[in-house]
Design a binder for this molecule. Structure first.
Ligand code: SF4
Ligand code: SF4
Length: 471
């Protein structure tokens, strides 16, 4: 008969405790909470003014959509777009200025909005619905009056009434701006985050919105200086499928310069900058998709899947999309140079399929719509062909890496939790190993949330680069 272990009771007790898991933690009711300066949340008058402006803006928007009153006027536009943007910015500024900067871990995994609860799902459904309307039913946005509300600013910037793409660009820019202020306030203690957040806000506002609009105003091709092939496939596609040669010749000398710039950035600028700074020069400082993920997507960054299965899926999907766009581009060029007698209309069909499945479904609907469910970098991690190229360059020859001081690590796991790319940063930190992962976008949040200063983003010398291959 087996004898009972003398400590069985304790062992059993511990086991049961583990089995019980972790319940909902005790949260101090809002009425009893105080900020670090002793004030109550929501007690700041500016916070209340901000919230009030948002409410007024939403009511004004609904009134315009329902009654048509003020639609197309500056007053209507300012009330329905300006008030919410200004109000939300004020709200975030006033709300966070009373709190200690940095992450809080206060009920993050227990709130409906940030833990795939009802509010999270509602936001996700709202975002995916908006993208579906934008891509496939733009007439709904137009007929509802939403597009016409933006006419005053569209006419001022582009010289013509707005369309659904103008509304999209405007909303996108406002989101990056407003949630950029939230990000700035949350990480105001960290210079890297201040600089890179201002950088993505600037690039979106100037290069993602204002400059393309003003180019339209002066009747030049609408050109985005911060997107290159393969993210913006049109820039290197031939003929009527893209901008290359025939389209730009029609656009005149400026179009040719634009095309040269796009080509130089794809083949020269991208490898050179990635060599010096890693993938982050684009994914975390310049790119509009990255900009939205780092601002609007920040409340959801902890939802990224950290499993090995997800890592495998990530590698398969991202390189599949890269191969897909390379094949599409090559096939279109072969067809174009042979006068369409090689693959005929099939190449056009394949390019259309890429546009639907990758450009619209993956990058837009799933990429942004699924923020509250799968985290903020679904597209960047699993689909973006630009990220795939940058990742290969970063892995193979860039000077960028995250160094770890393993002896200091207390295994709290903050770094892995907040890595939006699903990298198990802690596993590297515990081993004191440098992190050189193709998927790392160099956002730096892992380093910012580490309580022990274990992680450091560095652009190393070539000597350190050699160590990567010899260690
Ligand atoms: S490893 Fe760190 S820097 Fe890289 S993506 Fe994750 S959180 Fe950002
Ligand atoms: S956040 Fe810092 S201390 Fe915590 S597990 Fe990561 S490296 Fe270690």
């Amino acid at each position: 008969m087996a004898t009972k272990h003398p400590f069985a009771e304790y062992i059993e007790y511990e086991f049961k405790e583990e089995e019980a898991g972790f319940g909902v933690p005790y949260l101090v009711p809002d009425s009893q909470r105080t900020h670090k300066d002793g004030s109550a949340p929501g007690g700041d008058p500016i916070e209340r003014v901000g919230a009030g402006l948002v409410v007024i803006g939403v009511v004004a928007l609904l009134v315009q959509l329902v009654s048509g009153a003020m639609v197309g006027s500056w007053v209507g536009f300012s009330l329905s777009f300006g008030f919410p943007a200004l109000g939300a910015s004020l709200y975030f500024w006033a709300k966070y200025r009373h709190t200690a900067p940095g992450i809080k871990n206060d009920g993050l995994f227990f709130k409906g909005s940030t833990a795939r609860g009802t509010i999270g799902w509602m936001v996700g459904v709202g975002l995916t619905t908006f993208y579906c309307l934008l891509y496939w039913y733009p007439e709904v946005l137009r007929d509802s009056g939403l597009v016409a509300i933006t006419d005053p600013i569209a006419i001022a910037l582009t010289g013509r009434p707005g369309d659904h793409w103008f509304v999209y660009g405007l909303l996108y820019t406002l989101c990056v701006g407003v949630f950029g202020i939230r990000m700035l306030m949350r990480y105001r203690h960290n210079r890297y985050h201040i600089v890179r957040t201002i950088s993505v806000m600037f690039f979106q506002m100037a290069f993602g919105f204002l400059i393309p609009s003003l180019l339209k105003l002066i009747e030049e091709p609408e050109f985005y200086f911060t997107t290159f092939w393969p993210l913006n496939r049109y820039y290197l596609l031939p003929g009527e499928n893209g901008m290359a040669w025939t389209a730009t010749e029609a656009a005149g000398q400026v179009g040719v310069y634009m095309l040269l710039f796009a080509g130089a950035m794809t083949f020269l600028g991208t490898p050179i900058l990635t060599y010096f700074y890693g993938k982050r020069w684009y994914c975390s400082w310049v790119c509009g998709c990255g900009g939205l993920a780092e601002t609007l997507g920040d409340p959801y960054r902890h939802l990224s899947d950290k499993s090995t299965k997800a890592w495998k899926l990530e590698r398969f999907l991202i390189y599949f999309v890269l191969a897909f766009i390379i094949l599409v581009t090559a096939a279109l060029w072969i067809n174009h140079t042979r006068g369409g007698d090689v693959l005929g209309g099939y190449t056009y069909q394949v390019q259309k399929a890429y546009g639907f499945w990758i450009g619209s479904m993956f990058a837009g609907v799933a990429g942004v719509g699924f923020y509250p469910i799968f985290g903020s970098r679904v597209w960047c991690r699993f689909g973006c062909p630009q990220a795939a190229i940058l990742g290969i360059l970063q892995r193979v020859f860039s000077r960028f890496r995250i160094t770890t001081n393993g002896g200091q690590c207390i295994s709290c796991g903050n770094c892995s939790t907040y890595c939006e790319m699903g990298i198990d940063v802690r596993a590297y930190a515990q081993r004191g190993e440098n992190i050189v992962r193709a998927s790392c976008v160099g956002c730096g949040v892992c380093a910012a949330v580490c309580p022990r200063g274990v992680l450091k983003l560095e652009n190393g010398s070539s000597v350190l680069l050699e160590e990567r291959y010899t260690s």
